[in-house]
Write a protein that binds this ligand. Structure first.
Ligand code: G3P
Length: 215
């Protein structure tokens, strides 16, 4: 199980990498739009240099030919780049062309195990089930991760599952138990994963006792 950061913020990525637990990054057009005034290519290159692990950058063309053209350009930016492609019929066609060319893809906007299965069969290196967005509409988002993990395991598919749209630390634990290979988490959730009130109280007590001990 690995942890990726779901952000395009260099500050957050720097802080996450410093902890030694972040081995990749995922971005999307909405996350890029939060970083005002930055260049897409330069930002992705800088993130790749910092993380030295898989960094997802998303295509925006609606058709397979456009997606493939954008993906070829994005793939030139760094050896660490993974091209994020939405799971549509056009996206599947693009993923299969890119797989033949050796360009790794991350099939995104996955909301069912069938979509994940098709993306894996087309040759996606990663699939990203969006857990939180399903929870938002009163569906059990984690069930898609559970089913996808079972299908991939049973049928020997080596596509990796990135549990995405993670909203809180419990999602990460559940994704790990379900067999997701990776959870991509907002920086805030990474920080929440570290926190425990008993850890804080324990430190306070140790420091108070230590102060007594040294007089
Ligand atoms: O990177 C894609 C995914 O994690 C988006 O999350 O919170 O916008 O549903 P969210």
């Amino acid at each position: 199980m690995r942890i990726f950061l779901d952000t395009a913020s260099m500050d957050e990525i720097r802080a996450g990498v410093r902890l030694g637990v972040v081995s990749g990054v995922t971005t999307n057009p909405s996350l890029m739009a939060r970083e005002s005034g930055v260049d897409f290519g330069e930002t992705i290159r800088a993130i790749c240099d910092l993380v030295r692990g898989p960094v997802s950058a998303e295509v925006t063309a609606p058709d397979a030919e456009g997606m493939v053209a954008q993906a070829r350009e994005i793939a030139r930016w760094s050896e660490y780049v993974v091209v994020k492609v939405p799971i549509t019929a056009e996206g599947l066609a693009a993923i299969s062309v890119l797989a033949d060319e050796g360009i790794p893809t991350n099939a995104t906007l996955i909301f069912s195990a069938n979509q994940a299965l098709l993306a894996a069969l087309a040759g996606a290196a990663y699939v990203s089930p969006f857990v939180g967005r399903l929870d938002d509409i009163n569906h059990d988002g984690m069930q898609v991760v559970v089913e996808t993990a079972e299908i991939f395991e049973r049928h020997d598919l080596d596509t990796q599952i990135i549990a995405a749209s993670i909203r809180h630390p419990l999602h990460v634990t559940q994704a790990a138990l379900a067999g997701a290979h990776i959870a991509t988490v907002p920086y805030k959730v990474l920080m929440q994963m570290i926190q425990h009130p008993l850890t804080d109280r324990g430190i306070e007590r140790f420091l108070a006792d230590w102060a007594k001990f040294i007089g």
